[in-house]
Design a protein around this ligand. Structure first.
Ligand code: FNR
Length: 364
């Protein structure tokens, strides 16, 4: 590639060039046939923007709030594991870039820097993503550490009772690095089994597949932080989440790494938005690679999007600077999309600004 990367895809190409194949495959891979992985992006491509003209767009207001926190753009850094495989500074670089860009960072439970290191590295607004382990006391302790370190919300990931089958990791015999949050508590040094990836072996040994709705009550009993639930793909689960009193929903298929042939997230966003009737904010992730994608998600009712792999691409390619570049590129693209669509602020973006396949074909 000649010159500096100018979009997320070019950052992806750079990441592919600099990362060892095993790590690139770990970050990039989806489950099984990777049908959903492909669809997450393609479904965005099938949504058409309906721009409006002759509106004064000389000033675009990009400011927004997420759970009451002011951010520069409706983008949240999604929780993704093991950033030190992408860059030696790991999650600290990601957090610093998030702080510099004034966006919220969600720290993965499976981070390679500790909760305390990330918290003391900068003043980014941080959410903490939670997996529930069979040894519940470990998850409870992590929630308490997050709370002590001024994280602002807990994101309960609910789509991973087991890990999806990621065949690239199996072939590569992917090995997880040390997860220092769990030093002295749990070992990541899990034997490679015939499954071939020790991440999968680690997950089946530790993740609590008995986690269910009633456990939201347990989580509430151990934290006063707002709880977001991540992994909702149906109106039924959205309504149930609402009944359980969560503070928000993340429409997510885990970056297509769990259940293959689950729907592309952008295709089910509206179903969830309609179900919650504006009572709580709905976020979406999966396949967001352009400012136009963010615009489409907002038009379909999302409060903000989360981005997973694009952050990793930036991190692998250029560390903290790369993450900043990726966030700011997406922000600039979104601003341009708003300008060219006749929207001066996020409240101007309406359902009428997009046409989905469900709406029927455009007359050409
Ligand atoms: C993830 N994701 C994820 N989710 C989560 O709740 N906890 C985690 O530790 C991880 N780890 C993780 C690692 C990697 C390498 C990827 C790609 C994804 C899912 C993540 O939060 C998010 O849902 C997706 O990444 C969104 O899709 P895109 O933006 O990557 O297409």
């Amino acid at each position: 590639m000649a010159g500096e990367p100018v979009n997320v895809k070019e950052f992806q190409e750079l990441a592919r060039l600099v990362l060892p194949k095993m790590y690139y495959d770990y970050y990039e891979g989806g489950a099984e046939d990777q049908h959903t992985l492909e669809e997450n992006e393609k479904a965005f491509h099938r949504i058409i923007i309906r721009p409006r003209i002759l509106i004064d767009v000389s000033r675009i207001d990009m400011s927004t709030t997420i759970l009451g926190y002011e951010t520069s753009v409706p983008i949240i850094v999604a929780p993704t594991g093991m950033h030190k495989l992408a860059h030696p500074q790991g999650e600290i670089a990601t957090a610093r870039a998030s702080a510099a860009s004034n966006v919220i960072m969600a720290l993965s439970f499976m981070s390679t820097c500790t909760v305390e290191e990330v918290a003391s590295s900068c003043n980014a607004i941080r959410f903490f993503q939670l997996y529930v382990y069979k040894r519940r006391e470990i998850s409870a302790m992590m929630v308490q550490r997050a709370e002590r370190n001024r994280f602002k919300a807990i994101i309960l990931t609910a789509d991973a009772p087991r890990l999806g089958r990621r065949e690239a990791d199996i072939k590569n015999k992917m090995i997880a690095p040390r997860l220092r949050n769990f030093d002295g508590l749990i070992s990541t040094d899990v034997q490679l089994t015939d499954k071939g990836s020790n991440i999968e072996a680690f997950a089946s040994e530790n993740f609590d597949a008995s986690l269910c709705w009633k456990d939201i009550g347990w989580l509430k009993s151990i934290t006063s932080l707002p709880i977001l639930i991540k992994g909702v793909l149906t109106q039924e689960d959205a309504i149930r989440a609402l009944e359980e009193g969560v503070a928000g929903i993340v429409v997510s298929n885990h970056g297509a790494r769990q259940l293959d042939y689950s729907p592309a997230t952008i295709n089910v966003l509206e179903e969830v938005v309609v179900a919650v009737e504006g009572k709580i904010p709905v976020f979406v992730d999966g396949g967001v690679r352009r400012g136009t994608d963010i615009f489409k998600a907002l038009a379909l009712g999302a409060r903000a999007v989360m981005i997973g792999r694009p952050v990793i691409y930036g991190l692998a390619a250029m560390g903290e600077h790369g993450v900043r570049r990726v966030i700011n590129m997406l922000k600039d693209e979104l601003e341009l999309t708003m300008t060219l669509s006749g929207c001066c602020s996020f409240k101007d973006i309406t359902r009428g600004h997009v046409r989905t396949e469900q709406d029927g074909r455009l007359h050409c």
